[in-house]
Write a protein that binds this ligand. Sequence first.
Ligand SMILES: [Fe+2]
Length: 415
Amino acid sequence: MRAAIDHVRSASGALAERLFATRKLTLDLSAPLSDADATIQPFPDASPAKWHLAHTTWFFETFVLRDHVRGYEPFDERWAYLFNSYYEAEGPRHARPRRGMLSRPSLDQVRAYRAHVDEALDRALPSLSPVLLELVELGINHEQQHQELFLTDILATFAENPLEPAYGDLAAPTCFATEPLSWHRGREGIVEIGAAAEQFAFDSERPRHRVFLSGHELAGRRVTNMEWREFIDDGGYRTPALWLSDGWAWVRQEGVSAPLYWREDGTQFTLGGRRERDQAAPVAHVSYYEADAFARWAGARLPTESEWEDFAASADPMIGNQLDEPGAVAPRAGGGVFGDVWEWTQSAFSPYPGFAPAEGAVGEYNGKFMVNQMVLRGSSCATPPGHERATYRNFFPPAARWQFSGLRLAKDAQC
Ligand SMILES: [Fe+2]
C-alpha cells in the first residue's frame, strides 16, 4: 500500500513538472504579442491568441478544479461562456466565428486567470487520484495542441497585415534539403497500428488493432517547394483532370493558384516575416485537395494512415510493429517522419474498430469530429517538443491549409 502511495506521489511530481513547464511555454509564446495582436481572429476557424490562453485554462478549471476540488473558487464564473470551445455538456457558449470580438477581458486579465488556476492546480495536485491525474495529463496534451494552433493562428493573423510583422524566429521547415527522392518498400501483410494501452494517447488512437497492408512504397522524404513549383508551371492548378470534384470546385471558388503564404516574387510569409522561399524545403500550407492533386500529377498517391504508421514504426524500432509472417524483414525507412510539416494521408478520420470515447465530459474530445475530416500524420515545426508520436492522428477538413501541412508520396508496389 505504502509503495503504491509513493508511486502515485512520484508520478504526480513528474506530472506537476510537465504541467507547469507546459503552462509556462504557452505564456512564453504570448510574450511578443500586444493585447491587440492577441485579440484578432483572422478567419472563423482560427482563434485569437488570447482565447487560446484562456481556453486551455478553462479546460483545467472546469474538468479538474470545478468538478473535483472541494472549495475551488472560479476566477470569474461568466468566463466559462466565453472560453468553452465545443463541449455541449457544458452548455451554451460564445459563437466560434466571433471570438475575435472579445476585446475584454484584456490580455493581462487572462494572464491573471492563468495564474489563479495554476496556483489552484499546484495546491490540488498532491491529493488528486490516479484517475484525476490522467485528466491532468489530458489537459497537458490539450494545451500542447493549442500551442501549435496558437502559432498557426498568429501566422494567419500577421499574414493579414500589409506591414508583414514578424512574430519571432521559429525555424522554417528545412530537413532533407538536398536529399534526392528515394522509395522505400513497405511491409505487405497484417500489421498492428494504434496506441498501446500503457502510454498516453488520445482516445482516437485506440484500440491497437490489426490491419492488412497491400504491397506499397513510400517516398523517403516529403515533397519540396521546388517540386511544387514544377506542378504549378505544368498547369497543375488549371487542369481539372488532376482534381477531385470538390477540390476543383474549391480551387475555382477560392481562386487558389499556389500554397497559402506564397508570394509571387519567390518569397513566402512566415512567422519570421517575409522570407526567401527555400526551394529544397518541404512544401507547407497546402490543403488535402492540393496534396491529392499533386500526387496524381506525380503519378503517385497519398499514403494511407496505416501505411504511414507502419513506415514510422519501421523507422524507429522502439515502436516495434510486428508482421504476422515469421521471418519477415522490416524495411529501413529514412527516418525523419517528425517535424517540419504534417503529412496528409488519404485516410478519413474515422473510429478504429472497437473505439470507445473517453468517459465523462471529455468524451466530446475527438469522437464527435469523425466525419468530413482527413488524417494528417507526423508533426510540424510548430509542434511542441515531446508531443509527437507515431500513432498520433491529427485531422482537418480537406480545404484547411493554415496549418504546417505538406505531403509524402506513396504508390502501389510493382509486382
Ligand atoms: Fe481545446
